[in-house]
Write a protein that binds this ligand. Structure first.
Ligand code: IPT
Length: 270
C-alpha cells in the first residue's frame, strides 16, 4: 500500500519535518510513501503534484500545500474516489483535514508578551498567499485588539530566514525599535535575531522575539528561541492514521481535526 504526499517546498524546515514524520509513521504501518513537491505556490502547481501522485496509483493522499477553500475543494474533486487529507487549509473548511490551531498559537504568543509587560509589539507575518500565515496574522491582531492594542509595525516575509533578516533590518533602519517581535515562523525569527544582533541590540534585554514552529534547530539559535511549538511528530502520526482509516472506510463522514500547539519558553523573551 502506498500513501502519496503532495508537499510545499521541502527546503523549508517545517514541511521537511512533517514529511519525515509522515514517512516514519507510514513505515511502522507498512505503507510506502511517495512524495511530489511543489516549488511554486498556487493551484496549478498543487494540481500537477496531485496528478503526478494519482498517476502512480496511490491508495490515499496527504496534501501539505497551503490552499484556499475553493482550491482545496477543486483538488478534492480531482481525487475522486482516492481519499485525501489536507494539512494546510482553513479549519472552517468542510474537508478532511488535520490542522494545528492557528488562533491558539497566535493567542499564546501575544499573551506571553503581555504577561511580560510588553505593549509595543511588532508583527513579522508569513507570506499572505498562505492560509496559515494569514490565520496567524489575524490571530495576533485579534488577540492584541482584545487588549485595546495595535501592532506597532507590520512586516511580511516569505518564510525564509533571509526575508526575516531583511524585514527587521529595514524596520530598524527606519528608526523603529519595538519592544518585542512576534514572528510567524522560526526561520524568519533566525533572520530577525541576526538583524538585531548586527544592530547591537540585546535579545531579550532590549527586544524580545517569539518564533512559531519549534523546528529541530530552534533550541540552538543564539539565544535559544522562545516559540510556539507545532508538534510535527504528532501531526505525522495523526495524519497517517487518519488517512489509513479513510482508505479502509471510504464512507466515513468528513472531519476536520484541530491539533493544539504550545508555548515553549526559552531565552529570547523577557
Ligand atoms: C508551516 C510552517 O509553520 C511555516 O514555517 C512554513 O514552513 C509553511 O508551513 C510552509 O508552507 S506549517 C503548515 C502545516 C501550516
Amino acid at each position: 500500500h502506498t500513501i502519496g504526499l503532495a508537499t510545499a517546498d521541502l527546503s523549508l524546515h517545517a514541511p521537511s519535518q512533517i514529511a519525515a514524520a509522515i514517512k516514519s509513521r507510514a513505515g511502522q504501518m507498512r505503507f510506502n510513501v511517495v512524495i511530489s513537491m511543489t516549488e511554486q505556490s498556487g493551484l496549478d502547481a498543487a494540481r500537477a503534484a496531485i496528478n503526478n501522485l494519482l498517476a502512480q496509483r496511490v491508495d490515499g493522499l496527504v496534501v501539505n500545500i497551503p490552499l484556499q477553500d475553493d482550491e482545496a475543494q477543486s483538488l478534492a474533486a480531482l481525487c475522486q474516489d482516492v481519499p485525501v487529507l489536507f494539512l494546510d487549509v482553513s479549519p472552517q473548511l468542510a474537508a478532511n483535514s488535520v490542522i494545528f490551531d492557528p488562533a491558539q498559537g497566535a493567542q499564546l504568543g501575544v499573551t506571553h508578551l503581555l504577561s511580560l509587560g510588553h505593549r509595543d509589539i511588532a508583527l513579522l507575518a508569513g507570506p499572505q498567499s498562505s492560509v496559515s500565515a494569514r490565520l496567524r496574522f489575524e490571530g495576533w491582531q485579534t488577540a492584541l485588539m482584545q487588549q485595546q492594542l495595535q501592532a506597532s509595525a507590520i512586516m511580511e516575509g516569505d518564510w525564509s530566514a533571509l526575508s526575516g533578516y531583511q524585514q527587521v533590518t529595514r524596520l530598524l533602519n527606519e528608526g523603529v525599535l519595538p519592544g518585542a517581535i512576534l514572528v510567524a515562523n522560526d526561520q524568519m525569527a533566525l533572520g530577525a535575531l541576526r538583524a538585531l544582533s548586527e544592530a547591537g541590540l540585546q535579545v531579550p534585554g532590549e527586544v524580545s522575539v517569539i518564533g512559531y514552529d519549534d523546528t529541530a534547530d530552534s533550541a540552538c539559535f543564539i539565544p535559544p528561541l522562545t516559540t510556539i511549538k507545532q508538534d510535527f511528530r504528532a501531526l505525522g502520526n495523526n495524519s497517517v492514521e487518519r488517512l489509513i482509516a479513510m482508505i479502509r472506510q471510504p464512507e466515513a463522514p468528513i472531519r476536520s481535526d484541530l491539533l493544539p500547539v504550545s508555548l515553549v519558553i526559552r531565552k529570547t523573551t523577557a
